[in-house]
Design a protein. Structure first.
Lengths: 350, 532
C-alpha cells in the first residue's frame, strides 16, 4: 500500500518553473530518497508535502486522505507530518526538553517520561534536557530536531538534507541511527539530498530530480545499474559511457564485443558501464581484453581509481576510461594493461 | 504504530479545515493579518484624508497662493538643511558609539552603553529648555542641529548596538581570512549588515525632525511644524496650515522612499548549524582609547550633563515652593495611565504590519507601512485637528475623550513600535514558524509561540519607545485631552510659556525620572539575545 501519492504536481515561482508534472508513490513504511543537484526542485517538493508551499496544480494524498488538490488544502499543522530541516531549526528560546516536548499533546506528568524516552531513542544524554540549542554541537542539534519531529508520532517523516552539515564520520553514523530508528518506529520517510552515496545507502526507493522534473525512480540498485540517461548515470556515480553499435544482444565498441542487457535493441546507441565492471590485467603474458596504458592513478586507500587510455584505433584517437582497482595491486602510471569487462553493458535510452 | 494511525487521523481532521479557493492558500491566518494591517493603515490615513479634504475645499487658486511663496521656500530650506546635516551626524555618532561599546575593550563600556541610551529619558523640548537656560542667545540652525543630534542619536545607537551584538562572527572571520584588514572588514562586511538598523533608526530620527514642535519653538528655529503651529495659534487660518502640512507630508514621502530603497531585500537572520560564538572584541591602543573616551565623555556631557546642570540650577533656585503636590501628583497619574494604555494599544496594532513586512514583503505591505509613517510624520497638531474634525462630525460620543487621545498616540507613534518589532521579527526565521506548524500548531499559535516570543525583546523595546513618546507628547494632548487633563508635558509647557522656568523644573525632573526605568529596560532588553 502506498502512503503518499503525488499526482501531476506543477509549481512555478513567477516565470521560473520549480516543479513540472511530478508523479510519485511512496509505499507505507518505506524510505524514499529524492536526490538531485542543487536547484532541482527537491526542497520545494518536500516543503509542498509538509504544507509550507502549495502546488499550482496537481494533487497530493497521504494514506488516502487528500492533502492538496485543485480546491482543497489541509494546513501544515493538521497534516501530522514530521519535518527535519538541514540546520535542525531548533527554537532558540527553548531548552532541549521544551523543543522536544513542543509537539506533544500530553501536558500531564507522563510528559517528562516521554521526553526522556525520546531523548534516549536518539542517543541524547538525559542531562542535556536543560541545555539551550546554542550549547549543542551540530550532531546533537540534529538529534534534538529528530526527537522533536518523532514526538508527535508523524504519519510521514520529511528529512531535508539533515546530515549535510555534519562531518563525514558522524554523517554515516547518524544516517544509520536515523534509518534504524525510523524503521523501528515504522515511519514512512522521505529524505532529500544532493549526495548520491547517501541516497543510495539510505533508500528503499530512489527518485532522481533534475530541473524540476522527476526523471527516474525505482530501487536504488536498479537506478544505479540501469539509469535512463547519461546525466542520471553520472549523477549516481562514476560511469563509462561510450557509443556502440548493437547487434543481437551484443555491443560493438572501443572495448570490443560486450553483451548488453537489451537483447531487442539494434543499431547505434550509447552504452554505460560502471568502473567496477571493468577489470585490468597487467600481466605481460596474458593479453586478453582491450590494450591500453595507465595515464593516472588516484590512490584512495582500499580502492584505487585508474585512468586508462585505450590504444588508438584505426580511425579514432584513444579513449580514456576510469577503472577501479584494489589499492594494493594497482599498476603505476605508464604501465601497459589490458581491460576486460564483467557482466552486461547497459544501453541508455535517453 | 503509524500503520494504525491513518484512518483515525484522517477522520479526526475536521471537514471545515479543508479550505476552498486557491487564493486562501497563504492561510486564513495570513488573510487575517493582512486584513488587520489594512484596517490599521486605513485608520492611520484619517489625518491625510483630512488634509486632502481641506485642500479640495480650498481650491487650486488658493493653494497656489498659499504654497508658492517665499515663506514656504524658507521653511523648506530650513527643514531640509536640518535633516541633511542632522541625519549623517546621528548615524556617525550612533554607529561609532555602538561599535565602541559593543566591539572594543573600551574601559567601562557597559556604563557608556547605558549612558548612550539615557538621553532618551530627556524629552526633546527639555533638552532645548536646558540649552536656552544655559546659553540664552542660542538659536537658529546650529542650535537646531546641536540639540537634535544629542536628543535623537540614541534612536540610532540602540538598533545598531543590538544588531552588532547579533551578527554572526563567522562572517567576519571569513572576511578576514579572505585578506581583508580589520577596517575593511568593518566597512565591507559589518557596516552593510547594519543597513537595516541604520535605515530604521535614521528614518525614525528624520520623522522626528519633521514633526517636532517644542524643541524648535524654544530655540526659535522655524520648521514646517513650528510654522503650522504658529499659524493655528495666531490666526486659526486652517487652509494655510493645511497647505504647509501637505508640503510636509510630501517631504516625509520622499524620506520613506529613500529608506525603502536603501533597505534592500537581503535577509539578516542567522540560520546556521552549530552553536553561535561570542563576538570578538577589538583591543584599542592607548591613543585610540583616549580618543574614544573623549568622544563618550563629550557626548555624555552634552546630552546628559547640560540638562542635569540646568535642572539642578532651577530646582535649587525654586526651592520647595515649586513642588506643588496638588498639581504634580494628578499630572503624574494621568501621564502613567495614558502612557501604559497607549503603548499597549500601539504595540498590538503594529504586530500585523510588522509581521507582513518581514514575512511577505510586497507592494501592498510597503504601501500599508508608508501610510503609518506618513501619518506619524505629520505634526501632532495636524493629527489632533484631524481627529477633532472627524470626531465632531462622525463620532461625537468619543469627542474629547481618552479614546481620541489614545487614537492620536496610535497614529503618531506606530512607527516606533513598528521599527523595533520589525527588527525583532527579522530575528525569528520563518523556518521556525514552519517547524511549529509541522508540529501541529495553527499559524496563529505558531506566530504567538515562536515568532512573537523571539520578537518579544523587539516588541518590549517598541512599547517602551511608545511609552517614552507619550510621556513627552505635548501638542496632541493639549488639543485632544478631555477638560481638566494635565499631563507632565502639558504642565511643563504651561510653566515655560509663562517663562516660569523654575516651576517647570519639577515637571521636567519627574518626566526624566519616569522615563529612566523604561530607558533602563530598553537597554536591558536590547542586551538580551534569544534563549539567553
Amino acid at each position: 500500500m502506498n502512503a503518499l501519492e503525488l499526482n501531476s504536481i506543477h509549481k512555478s515561482f513567477g516565470t521560473q518553473r520549480a516543479l513540472e508534472n511530478i508523479n510519485l508513490s511512496v509505499p507505507t513504511g518505506s524510505r524514499t530518497v529524492i536526490v538531485g543537484p542543487s536547484g532541482s526542485g527537491k526542497t520545494t517538493l518536500l516543503r509542498m508535502i509538509a504544507g509550507f508551499e502549495f502546488p499550482d496544480s496537481g494533487s497530493l494524498s497521504l494514506n488516502g486522505q487528500i492533502l492538496v488538490d485543485g480546491t482543497h488544502s489541509v494546513p501544515a499543522h493538521q497534516r501530522l507530518i514530521g519535518y527535519v530541516p538541514q540546520d535542525g531549526a531548533l527554537f532558540p528560546h527553548m531548552t532541549v526538553a521544551a523543543n522536544i516536548g513542543f509537539g506533544l499533546a500530553d501536558k500531564g506528568p507522563t510528559r517528562q517520561d516521554r521526553i526522556a524516552e525520546l531523548m534516549d531513542s536518539v542517543a541524547l544524554d538525559s542531562n542535556m534536557a536543560k541545555r539551550w540549542p546554542h550549547e549543542l554541537s551540530g550532531g546533537q542539534q540534529q538529534r534534538v530536531a529528530l526527537a522533536r519531529a518523532l514526538a508527535q508520532q508523524p504519519r510521514l517523516m520529511l528529512l531535508d538534507e539533515p546530515f549535510s552539515a555534519l562531518d563525514t564520520g558522524l554523517r554515516a553514523a547518524m544516517r544509520k541511527m536515523v534509518a534504524r530508528l525510523l524503521a523501528d518506529a515504522g515511519v514512512t520517510t522521505i529524505l532529500v539530498t544532493h549526495d548520491q552515496s547517501e541516497a543510495l545507502s539510505f533508500a528503499d526507493q530512489l527518485a532522481v530530480m533534475r530541473q524540476g522534473r522527476l526523471v527516474q525512480s525505482g530501487h536504488p540498485m536498479d537506478l544505479y545499474r540501469y539509469p535512463d540517461d547519461e546525466q542520471t548515470a553520472l549523477f549516481l556515480g562514476d560511469a563509462v559511457v561510450m557509443p556502440a553499435r548493437i547487434e543481437a544482444g551484443w555491443a560493438h565498441c572501443d572495448l570490443g564485443r560486450i553483451p548488453v542487457n537489451s537483447p531487442d535493441r539494434n543499431g547505434s546507441a550509447q552504452i554505460m558501464l560502471r568502473p567496477e565492471q571493468l577489470q585490468i590485467n597487467s600481466s605481460p603474458t596474458d593479453s586478453l581484453g582491450c590494450p591500453g596504458v595507465v595515464t593516472d592513478r588516484d590512490f584512495g586507500g582500499n580502492t584505487c581509481t585508474l585512468t586508462v587510455e585505450l590504444l588508438p584505433g584505426k580511425s579514432e584517437p584513444g579513449r580514456s576510461l576510469l577503472v577501479r582497482s584494489s589499492g594494493m595491486h594497482a599498476p603505476p602510471a605508464g604501465s601497459a594493461v589490458h581491460v576486460t569487462t564483467l557482466g552486461n553493458a547497459h544501453v541508455l535510452t535517453g | 504504530m503509524p500503520e494504525t494511525l491513518p484512518s483515525g487521523i484522517a477522520s479526526a481532521i475536521p471537514a471545515n479545515s479543508l479550505r476552498r479557493s486557491r487564493g486562501l492558500f497563504i492561510g486564513r491566518g495570513g488573510a487575517w493579518v493582512t486584513g488587520l494591517s489594512v484596517l490599521v493603515s486605513l485608520l492611520s490615513l484619517l489625518p491625510i484624508i483630512f488634509v486632502m479634504g481641506v485642500s479640495w475645499q480650498t481650491g487650486w487658486a488658493a493653494i497656489e497662493t498659499l504654497v508658492f511663496r517665499p515663506r514656504v521656500a524658507e521653511l523648506l530650506i530650513n527643514t531640509v538643511t536640518l535633516v541633511v546635516i542632522t541625519l549623517p551626524l546621528c548615524v556617525v555618532l550612533g554607529v561609532a558609539l555602538a561599535w565602541l561599546t559593543e566591539r572594543t575593550n573600551l574601559p567601562g563600556r557597559r556604563w557608556w552603553s547605558l549612558l548612550a541610551t539615557a538621553p532618551l529619558a530627556v524629552p526633546a523640548f527639555v533638552h532645548s529648555y536646558a540649552w536656552v537656560s544655559l546659553v540664552p542667545s542660542i538659536h537658529g540652525l546650529p542650535a537646531g542641529v546641536l540639540v537634535s543630534v544629542i536628543a535623537y542619536f540614541p534612536f540610532l545607537y540602540l538598533p545598531v548596538a543590538a544588531t552588532l551584538r547579533r551578527l554572526d562572527p563567522a562572517i567576519e572571520d571569513v572576511a578576514e581570512s579572505l585578506g581583508l584588514k580589520p577596517w575593511a572588514v568593518f566597512f565591507r562586511v559589518v557596516l552593510p549588515q547594519l543597513r537595516l538598523a541604520i535605515c530604521g533608526g535614521a528614518l525614525l530620527v528624520g520623522l522626528h525632525l519633521l514633526a517636532e514642535y517644542g524643541l524648535y519653538a524654544m530655540i526659535r528655529f522655524d520648521t514646517f511644524t513650528t510654522a503650522i503651529f504658529d499659524q493655528f495659534k495666531s490666526t486659526f487660518n486652517g487652509p494655510a496650515a493645511n497647505m504647509l502640512a501637505g508640503v510636509l507630508a510630501l517631504c516625509c514621502l520622499a524620506m520613506l522612499t529613500a529608506e525603502s530603497a536603501a533597505r534592500g531585500s537581503a535577509r539578516y537572520a542567522r540560520v546556521g548549524s552549530g552553536s553561535a560564538r561570542d563576538q570578538r572584541i577589538v583591543r584599542l591602543d592607548a591613543n585610540t582609547t583616549l580618543l574614544a573616551l573623549t568622544l563618550q565623555i563629550v557626548t555624555c556631557a552634552l546630552a546628559l550633563g547640560v540638562p542635569l546642570i540646568t535642572l539642578s540650577k532651577w530646582l535649587i533656585a525654586g526651592g520647595s515652593e515649586v513642588w506643588q503636590a496638588a498639581d504634580l501628583l494628578p499630572a503624574l497619574q494621568q501621564t502613567l495611565l495614558l502612557g501604559v494604555a497607549g503603548a499597549a494599544l500601539t504595540t498590538c496594532a503594529a504586530i500585523p504590519i510588522a509581521w507582513l513586512s518581514i514575512r511577505s514583503p510586497g507592494r501592498l505591505q510597503r504601501v500599508l507601512e508608508s501610510c503609518n509613517y506618513i501619518t506619524s510624520s505629520l505634526p501632532g497638531i495636524v493629527v489632533a485637528l484631524a481627529l477633532v474634525t472627524v470626531t465632531i462630525h462622525f463620532a461625537r460620543p468619543i469627542y474629547q475623550t481618552t479614546i481620541t487621545v489614545l487614537l492620536a498616540y496610535l497614529l503618531m507613534f506606530l512607527p516606533r513600535a513598528l521599527v523595533s518589532l520589525r527588527a525583532g521579527i527579522a530575528q525569528a526565521p520563518v523556518e521556525l514558524e514552519n517547524m511549529a506548524r509541522s508540529l501541529g500548531r495553527s499559524p496563529g499559535r505558531a506566530l504567538w509561540l515562536i515568532t512573537l516570543r523571539l520578537a518579544a525583546p523587539g516588541a518590549a523595546a517598541g512599547a517602551a519607545l511608545v511609552f517614552l513618546a507619550i510621556t513627552n507628547e505635548l501638542t496632541a494632548t493639549l488639543l485632544l485631552a478631555p477638560n481638566g487633563t494635565r499631563t507632565l508635558a502639558t504642565g511643563f509647557w504651561a510653566m515655560t510659556s509663562e517663562i516660569d522656568y523654575a516651576a517647570a523644573a519639577p515637571y521636567a525632573l519627574i518626566m526624566i525620572l519616569l522615563s529612566l526605568p523604561l530607558t533602563g529596560l530598553l537597554y536591558h532588553q536590547s542586551k538580551r539575545t534569544a534563549g539567553r
